[in-house]
Structures are given as structure tokens and as C-alpha cells.
Design a protein around this ligand. Structure first.
Ligand SMILES: Nc1ncnc2c1ncn2[C@@H]1O[C@H](COP(=O)(O)OP(=O)(O)OP(=O)(O)O)[C@@H](O)[C@H]1O
Length: 318
């Protein structure tokens, strides 16, 4: 995590810095790793995304929340090169959508190049390749697979060394995510939660500066919830920037340094978790679609409860 020295690794210092910002949509960040301008995506007559300006703070955990259909996944798809803006410069007569990551313009960049530039993502529905082993899935995540570079691919000692390094990195990550005992199992045999962990571990194979997680908690049983939270916080502590979409408000409250709220394609609020989630506009926008959601009640699933369940299950499966 090469950028770690460039920003405060101490969470309190980072949050204190963020607390000084105006809590308004599009507010400038002290050290943005991602900066997005004027991005629009229409599907027929529907304007799914219209973001005028957004900056994501380097080294922070930023949550992107909003009701179903707010445009969160579409926004992820756009900035990671899996979709193109309706006002992209690539299009004839296109407009002015621009976004830069680590100072590099990405609006003309395809998905694989975006990943190479250090911004990797996971998907709402896990994309573990079920007929490949867990280790093989991990190796797909490496940026520099031997077969990808013709020169390296032709010279056996070079690719053999690269392959060994990639396997070592995969084993290290599998151990970290407690998937090492599953290394040679088919990915299709993993539980839903383990597939989420595998996807996150695979995304880390390329040592990204920023990881984007689309609903990391969806389909994860409570036993693995704390483990996922711990992993995400550990990433931030090591200097990786995290941007995640999530409907689980407990998770958002517990681990985010900053929260961005989307509704009907636009950013309607951003700020510190406690303040944003208490704001009337956000509660209105959110509860409009989620009458059953409580943005503030932490009584039911406290971190302590989750941790206790996680420990129990871990002991059982050992
Ligand atoms: N490929 C597509 N074709 C047509 N409409 C689409 C397409 N992708 C998304 N949309 C529409 O764009 C809007 C935004 O969808 P998107 O999936 O980005 O929302 P979201 O905030 O991620 O929702 P959720 O929280 O349910 O995942 C929705 O109205 C959706 O139906």
C-alpha cells in the first residue's frame, strides 16, 4: 500500500480533519484520491446518475448510501470503466464528464486499465468463478499474470518467478481472510460470506490504492459480518482508501469516516456519519423507500454482539 505515508494513518486525526469541512454536497476534501465532475448517465428517458462534483478523501472509508434505484451501482460502473457516461468525451458530440484518480484522468479508460491504475472494485453479486479453485480465482486478480505480457510470457524463468510471487501473495491474503484451508476447493463450494471474502481478497491481489465494495454485507451471515468489518478497517489502517455502497446502516455508522448520500441520481448530502444520518433530508429520501429501516438504532446488532457470534462460529469451524 504504497501511498500510506502521504496521509494521516491515525483514524482520529483523519476524522478530525474531515470534521472541519462544510457538510455540503461536492465539498472539497483535503487530499482527494478521486475527483469526479459532471457525470451523467441516462437510460432512455431515465436520468440514473447526474453527479456535478464529488471528491473522495484519500485514506478514508467513505460510504455511498441511498435508496434502491438511487444510482449508486451505476455510478460505480461509470467511474470504474464498466459503463460510459451519456456525456462522455468519447461520444460524438459528447459533453464534459471527467474524473481523475490519483491525478490521472480516467474518462477514456477501460475497466482493466482502471484496475491497473489502482482502483479496483467488487460487485453486488459476487463474481467468484465457481468452477475454478479459490487459488485460481485469486490469481486472476493479479495485475501482472504471466500470460498477459507477451515478452514475459515467452521467457519461462520470468513468468515462473512472477507466478511464484503471485501465488505467495495469494497465500498471504487467503491466510489473512481465513480462506487458506479452502485454497484448493472449488469457489462454487464456498458459502455466500466466504465468496464475499474471496472477492475482497482477490481485489487486493493488485495492491490497489482504492477498493470499491458494492454491498459487501449483502447475503453475509452475522457470523462473518464482524470479520468483514475488521478487514475493511484494517485496509484503511494500512492506507488503502475504501469506497463502499451499503444498505446496512449499522455497518455504515460503525466504520465510515464520511458518508455520501445519493437519491434519484444526484448527491443530496455528504458529511460525517452521525450528522448525515440524522439529517432530515436524508431520512426523508431514505425512508421514502425503506419504511422499515432505522438509521439510528444500534441496540440490536452491536459490534460486541457481532464479535461474540463471530468468535463462537470461528471456534466451531476450527
Ligand atoms: N442497464 C440499465 N438499463 C436501464 N435502466 C437501468 C440500467 N441500469 C440501471 N438502471 C436504472 O437506473 C437507476 C439506478 O440504478 P442503480 O442500480 O444504479 O441504483 P442503486 O442505487 O445501485 O440501487 P440498489 O441500491 O437497488 O442497488 C434505476 O432506476 C435502474 O432501474
Amino acid at each position: 500500500m504504497s501511498d500510506a505515508q502521504n496521509y494521516p494513518s491515525d483514524r482520529a486525526a483523519l476524522r478530525a480533519e474531515l470534521a472541519t469541512l462544510d457538510q455540503v454536497p461536492g465539498v472539497a476534501k483535503p487530499d482527494p484520491i478521486l475527483s469526479v465532475d459532471s457525470i451523467v448517465r441516462r437510460f432512455g428517458g431515465l436520468q440514473a446518475v447526474k453527479v456535478d462534483h464529488l471528491e473522495v478523501q484519500r485514506g478514508a472509508i467513505t460510504a455511498l448510501i441511498g435508496p434502491n434505484g438511487a444510482g449508486k451501482t451505476t455510478f460505480f460502473n461509470l467511474i470504474t470503466g464498466f459503463d460510459r457516461p451519456s456525456n462522455g468525451k468519447r461520444l460524438i458530440g459528447g459533453g464534459d464528464a471527467t474524473w481523475t484518480f490519483n491525478g490521472k484522468a480516467l474518462n477514456r479508460t477501460g475497466a482493466s486499465q482502471v484496475a491497473r491504475s489502482g482502483m479496483v472494485r467488487t460487485f453486488q453479486l459476487t463474481k467468484a468463478l465457481s468452477r475454478m479453485t479459490v487459488l485460481e480465482n485469486m490469481l486472476i486478480g493479479a495485475n501482472d499474470q504471466p500470460g498477459e505480457n507477451l515478452f514475459v510470457g515467452l521467457i519461462k524463468p520470468l513468468w515462473a518467478k512472477r507466478e511464484r510471487e503471485n501465488i505467495a501473495r495469494a497465500d498471504e491474503l487467503l491466510a489473512r481472510f481465513k480462506l487458506d484451508t479452502k485454497r484448493d476447493d472449488m469457489a462454487g463450494d464456498l458459502s455466500g460470506g466466504q465468496k464475499k471474502l474471496l472477492e475482497m481478497a482477490r481485489a487486493l491481489m493488485s495492491n490497489p490504492a482504492m477498493i470499491m465494495l458494492d454491498e459487501p454485507m449483502a447475503g453475509v451471515n452475522p457470523a462473518l459480518t464482524q470479520s468483514l468489518l475488521d478487514h475493511i478497517q484494517a485496509l484503511r489502517d494500512e492506507g488503502t482508501t475504501v469506497l463502499f455502497v451499503e444498505h446496512d446502516m449499522h455497518m455504515v455508522r460503525h466504520i465510515s469516516d464520511w458518508v455520501v448520500v445519493m437519491a434519484q441520481g444526484t448527491i443530496i448530502a455528504e458529511g460525517e456519519p452521525e450528522q448525515v444520518m440524522a439529517s432530515e433530508a436524508v431520512v426523508d429520501a431514505y425512508l421514502g423507500a425503506h419504511h422499515d429501516r432505522d438509521l439510528g438504532d444500534d441496540d440490536v446488532l452491536t459490534t460486541g454482539v457481532i464479535r461474540a457470534i463471530a468468535t463462537e462460529v470461528e471456534e466451531e469451524t476450527r
